[in-house]
Design a protein around this ligand. Structure first.
Ligand code: PLP
Length: 375
């Protein structure tokens, strides 16, 4: 089978290998058969291994849904009665977390920080010291909307200093930026198969401390479908998801994990960084300006400001590139015209060189000045 290879520069779903795509094509199977459930136990261990957890202390719980399901599940399931949720809010994904907490009507303190600067740890420390009964502190590791990388290790330590546990949304960093749950003070993290492991959409997972999950048995159940303990209990007892799993996506994830471990944590991260270097080199050559200084970027997402050229039109440039196999993505920073170029997925610096050729062609075709103009 010959499958066209598209270079996705959007922040996930990302470019995958043909072997992962083809792993979805399996004989029909009832997911309650041992042949299928037998795949999930080693998969759960592998997901813990990626962040260097001891499987006796950390576990992973799989869900059928996009990445946001893990935000919903951790936030609604891990807050005990009488406790307050604290969210460091400095981007569109931590904003989403706040929206989730509000939707459940739970007590929330937002620690709002600028979108384009490193968080102020002294401010966080001081603010936490003044909040009573913190249940958890939540932070997005990599704010995918802007590309900002947050200091989870430091903020995790602060959460622990005030007796709270630390939840971090690592959806757009997990299996890319090396994470160690012990060194990084992570009690819970999360991801989705279409991002770091280079699998398909529809399977997401929470990775976290068993003792806290066990304790959360006595916390209020606020959702029937999206409850961490209930799904964990089901996995522990039966090895299965409570309800129908995304069968073909699970097969693809199994293959993707094999390929993840074959490539290796360090080599994979080096590859992503070399892709981002090729992205940065092209930006510098064409005079494109980014929103964030490079020192505080994740190395996975570059948010580029729209040029001020009157002929610039994101949609037209997007379509030109798309027709030639390259997908660029609008930004997510309100009040700023931006687009994003991302280094997720199974892509290489050569793919980015190919992209810049097409992008430059598009600029010329639409009469946009090179180097691009900013007023
Ligand atoms: C992609 C992503 C998610 C999940 O988004 P979905 O559209 O629900 O898959 C959550 N958090 C971050 C930081 C992300 O990048």
């Amino acid at each position: 089978m010959n499958i066209k290879r598209n270079i996705l520069l959007n922040p996930g779903p990302s470019t995958t290998s043909d072997s992962v795509k083809l792993a979805q094509i399996v004989p029909d199977i009832c997911p309650r058969e041992k042949e299928f459930t037998g795949i999930m136990k080693p998969m759960r261990d592998d997901l813990v291994k990626i962040v260097h957890g001891d499987p006796d202390e950390y576990t992973s719980v799989l869900f059928c849904g996009s990445g946001t399901i893990c935000i919903d599940i951790t936030l609604n399931s891990l807050l005990d009665e009488g406790k307050t949720a604290v969210v460091v809010q400095n981007g569109s994904y931590s904003q989403r977390a706040c929206d989730v907490i509000r939707a459940y009507g739970l007590p929330l303190v937002e620690l709002v920080q600028p979108l384009d600067k490193a968080v102020d740890l002294e401010y966080i420390d001081d603010a936490l010291s003044k909040i009573d009964n913190i249940g958890y502190v939540y932070m997005t590791h990599h704010e995918t909307g802007s590309g900002l990388l947050n200091p989870i290790r430091e903020v995790g330590a602060l959460a622990h200093k005030y007796g709270a546990f630390f939840i971090t949304d690592t959806t757009s960093s997990y299996a890319m930026i090396p994470i160690n749950v012990y060194e990084d003070n992570v009690d819970f993290c999360m991801a989705s198969a279409q991002k770091g492991i280079q699998g398909m959409t529809g399977l997401s997972y929470v990775i976290g401390r068993r003792d806290i999950i066990e304790k959360s048995k006595d916390f209020p159940v606020r959702s029937y479908y999206c409850n961490l303990y209930l799904q964990y209990e089901c996995f522990e007892k039966t090895g299965e998801m409570h309800f129908t799993p995304p069968v073909q996506t699970v097969y693809a994830a199994k293959k993707a994990l094999e390929e993840y471990f074959a490539e290796g944590e360090d080599a994979k991260w080096q590859r992503h960084m070399s892709v981002m270097k090729a992205i940065h080199d092209g930006e510098d050559r064409l005079g494109l300006k980014e929103v964030l200084p490079r020192q505080i970027q994740s190395g996975l997402v570059s948010a580029v400001r729209y040029p001020d050229d009157p002929n610039w039109d994101f949609d037209r440039v997007h379509d030109y590139c798309y027709e030639r196999g390259f997908t660029i993505y609008p930004g997510k920073i309100e009040a700023l015209g931006t687009f994003r170029l991302c280094a997720l997925g199974l892509i290489y610096p050569e793919d980015i060189e190919g992209f810049w050729k097409v992008f430059e062609e598009a600029l010329t075709y639409f009469g946009i000045e090179i180097p691009v103009r900013y007023d």
